[in-house]
Design a protein around this ligand. Structure first.
Ligand SMILES: Nc1ncnc2c1ncn2[C@@H]1O[C@H](COP(=O)(O)OP(=O)(O)OP(=O)(O)O)[C@@H](O)[C@H]1O
Ligand SMILES: [Mg+2]
Length: 399
């Protein structure tokens, strides 16, 4: 239980990412009524993609569309109905759709994403189609590709509350364990339902016990998968990548501590008992006193022994890049494909040496990175290794 079940990509023959041959990459992106894009059809190669243009041109919106190729919420964590294109008078078109052609060593797949119409949950339920066939759940998406991102919002990842760090970590776990997304959802559902019963004063011991059982089973699996990923990335990022800093990662939490000393089944029992004992407390305080929703991901700039929160903005960005590059290397080794890297305005914050090292690492990994910026000169180091596009007023044209 406290081991990751390795996810095998859907492929017929193992294709090391560093060897020649096909990469896993998006080669066509089509958008309809997606934020500022009424219609977009963008054809690209498997090489990295550089999108440059002025503020408000539509660069981040494009990365947001790509972020829906992975399980969970998109990179802005927006409600799906917010994404429908609005005209200046506020009238919304839509519902939006996005489709991507994904090429990988196992062949080509078309992934369609959208939202339900206004009927269900205010249209905030995601629709997924793979090669035209409706797919329930998001596990299959995670099996096909992994997508990770770094955005300007994440500049405060180490400064703000722990929930954003847990979400960041969970996204890293998806790459190794496609069951994780379902377990996190099941855990959070049981956590919310239990909190609702307690808040409404519904004292139904059997119902509460069933929810606590679900929290214990899914919660311990979630904690175990996070622990395994943190240990793996701690090893991989501990060495640093060229001028990128070495990072020491740990996961702090009560249940996580129990897992260090006891088998998973014993920890499930302990969590069930702790939840049963904390009902009165949780009724008064809200939430639940025990569980992986209280864990925190800690990062330390290893060479200096300084916690990430005390590092400069540029250093924190470099630490996060170290973690993402470590993940990319690990996924390339395990799945034969690195993740899609969505790097929004990352390059502008890096000094020249780190910028070049990032370009070289992306090239060595044969990762399809999508990089944005306002200044195309900063990407000169990728000349001949990436495709360059100009984004202006929601149109995307080759440079
Ligand atoms: N639902 C929507 N409908 C229509 N337009 C939208 C919607 N949501 C956002 N926009 C607009 O899309 C435009 C492009 O936004 P985007 O964040 O992609 O810009 P950007 O190129 O990343 O700019 P910056 O360099 O400032 O980050 C903005 O003008 C924004 O107001
Ligand atoms: Mg932007």
């Amino acid at each position: 239980m406290n081991r990751l079940s390795p996810v095998r990509p859907v492929e017929t023959s193992p294709a090391p990412a560093r060897a020649g041959g096909l990469r896993t990459a998006v080669t066509r992106l089509t958008l309809n009524d997606f934020r500022c894009y009424a219609r977009l059809r963008l054809e690209v190669e498997a090489a990295p993609v550089v999108l440059t243009g002025p503020n408000g041109a539509g660069k981040t919106n494009l990365l947001e569309a790509l972020s829906f190729l992975s399980p969970g919420r998109g990179l802005r964590r927006a409600r799906l109905a917010e994404i429908d294109r609005r005209s200046p008078d506020g009238a919304a078109a839509g519902p939006w759709t996005a489709a991507a052609v994904l090429d990988s060593p196992s062949g080509r797949a078309t992934i369609g994403i959208g939202r339900t119409g206004d009927g269900e949950n205010g249209g905030d339920r995601r629709i997924l189609r793979i090669d035209g066939v409706a797919v329930r759940g998001q596990k299959e998406l995670g099996e096909r590709l992994s997508v990770v991102w770094l955005t300007p919002d994440m500049d405060r990842l180490f400064m703000d509350g722990s929930s954003a760090r847990r979400r960041f970590l969970d996204r890293l776990v998806y790459g190794f364990d496609s069951e994780h997304v379902g377990r996190v959802a099941a855990y959070e559902y049981a956590l919310r339902e239990r909190a609702r019963l307690l808040a409404e004063g519904i004292d139904d011991p059997a119902w509460l016990a069933a929810l606590e059982d679900s929290m214990a089973r899914h919660g311990v699996a979630v904690a175990a998968a996070r622990i395994a990923t943190v240990a793996r990335l701690d090893r991989a990022a501990g060495a640093g990548v060229g001028p990128f800093p070495s990072v020491h990662l740990t996961l702090k939490g009560e249940v996580e501590g129990w897992l260090a000393g006891s088998p998973a089944l014993a920890v499930e029992d302990r969590m069930r008992a702790a939840l049963a004992a904390s009902r009165a407390h949780d009724m008064a305080q809200g939430g639940a006193a025990t569980g992986p929703h209280r864990a925190d991901l800690l990062a330390v700039y290893a060479a200096r022994g300084v916690p990430a929160a005390q590092c400069s903005t540029g250093e924190q960005k470099a630490l996060l890049l170290s973690v993402l590059l470590a993940l990319a290397r690990e996924l390339a080794a395990e799945r034969g494909a690195p993740p899609l890297l969505l790097l929004d305005e990352v390059v502008a914050h890096l000094d020249g040496a780190r910028r070049m090292a990032l370009f070289d690492e992306i090239s060595a990994l044969r990762a399809q990175a999508w990089l944005t910026g306002t200044d195309d000169e900063l990407f000169a180091g990728l000349a001949g290794r990436a495709r360059f596009f100009k984004v202006l007023d929601a149109t995307v044209t080759p440079r």
